[in-house]
Design a protein around this ligand. Structure first.
Ligand code: IPM
Ligand code: MG
Length: 355
């Protein structure tokens, strides 16, 4: 098969981790007889430096014309002084919205060989961690109007959170369908004791649940969910939640598995074109030092093979290669427990060798 992939290397460690994911994709292409062509799409702080905006129209067009998009990470302190509408993150938000990617899937699974890196008590970790956060991605407070004004001699900031029924319904369906392929339990997370958006969320998710009588639905307030994720993560199968809560809970969920550096994500809309990225950020403190863990990005590439290209065997091969490298003791700094530490390049190489 021939597939075109838009590549957003981004800022900080982005270029390093994306470089390793591309090496792995090339190893897959060679082994399975595919051709992947890569099309650069600058986005983030580097695009601000080169073009004055975080997402040039030409990059957006590249993303919309390719079969899928691979992204490293964007942002960094260098661009902190940018006006809010021109921050690197805005490029990412515009891209998600323009591509119609309303569902963000973030698996939190503990690798057996990394249980020692799990920060939870061993009896809690022993019950296992294997759940998925399904985050609504193009609604809520991220996409409401934002403003800062002066009122009575002081600054006042406002961010509007709003949700329409259809925005909730479509992502709820994704969560229930995913639960059917897993352990048939959806936990919907909201703040329905305080927010109107959450009351609507709860009503619509409950309505959608009626179409999936074989899937159990539980509702949980977001503060309780944050606590339950560290108290007993084994109770979760699929968590579905709105944009901001999903942003926060997915970072928490990733770290309990050992390291945020290991977790991929996919963002999907109606078609098969998706955006695949690690869930971590651009880590400017270690950029350019060959210290980043590329596994989150490599596993994101595996998700791309599985969900956008329908290449299950190829995705399995990448995931098995990551498992094998971990089993053989390959570790980057974030997941090392005293032994030898591989750089970003070394880890990419170790995974390619096992494809
Ligand atoms: C994420 C990131 C982004 C978000 C930022 C970079 C805008 O934290 O993908 O989780 O908040 O969605
Ligand atoms: Mg985040």
């Amino acid at each position: 098969m021939n597939k075109s992939i838009a590549v957003i290397r981004g800022d900080g460690i982005g270029p390093e981790i994306v470089g390793e994911a591309i090496r792995v994709l090339d190893a897959v292409a060679a082994k399975f007889g595919h051709t992947f062509t890569y099309h650069e799409a600058p986005m983030g702080g580097n695009a601000i430096d080169a073009f004055g905006v975080p997402l040039p129209d030409s990059s957006l067009e590249t993303c919309l014309s390719c079969d899928s998009v691979l992204l490293g990470a964007v942002g960094g302190p260098k661009w902190d002084a940018q006006p809010p509408a021109n921050r690197p993150e805005r490029g990412l938000l515009r891209l998600r919205s323009a591509m119609g990617l309303y569902t963000n899937i973030r698996p939190a699974r503990m690798f057996a060989d990394l249980s020692a890196a799990c920060p939870l008590r061993s009896d809690i970790a022993a019950r296992g961690i294997d759940f998925v956060v399904v985050r609504e991605l193009i609604g809520g407070v991220y996409f409401g109007s934002h403003s800062t004004e002066t009122v009575d001699g002081e600054q006042k900031a406002t961010d509007i959170m709003s949700y329409s029924e259809h925005e909730i319904r479509r992502v709820a369906h994704v969560a229930f369908q995913m639960a059917r392929k897993r352990r048939r339990r959806v936990t919907s997370v909201d703040k329905a004791n305080v927010l109107d958006c959450s009351r609507l969320w709860r009503r619509v998710v409950t309505e959608v649940a009626a179409e999936y009588p074989d899937v159990e639905l539980l509702h949980m307030y977001v503060d309780n969910a944050a606590m339950q994720i560290v108290r007993d993560p084994s109770q979760f199968d699929v968590i579905v939640t709105e944009n901001l809560f999903g942003d926060i809970l997915s970072d928490e969920a990733s770290q309990i598995t050992g390291s945020i550096g290991m977790i991929p994500s996919s963002s999907m809309g109606e078609g098969t074109r998706g955006l695949y990225e690690p869930i971590h950020g651009s880590a400017p403190d270690i950029a350019g030092q060959d210290k980043a863990n590329p596994i989150g990005t490599i596993l994101a590439a595996a998700m791309m093979l599985r969900y956008s290209f329908d290449m299950a065997a190829e995705a399995d091969a990448v995931e098995a290669a990551v498992d094998a490298a971990l089993k053989d003791g390959c570790r980057c700094g974030d997941i090392a427990q005293g032994g030898a530490v591989l750089g970003c390049r070394g880890m990419g190489e170790a995974i390619c060798q096992r494809i």
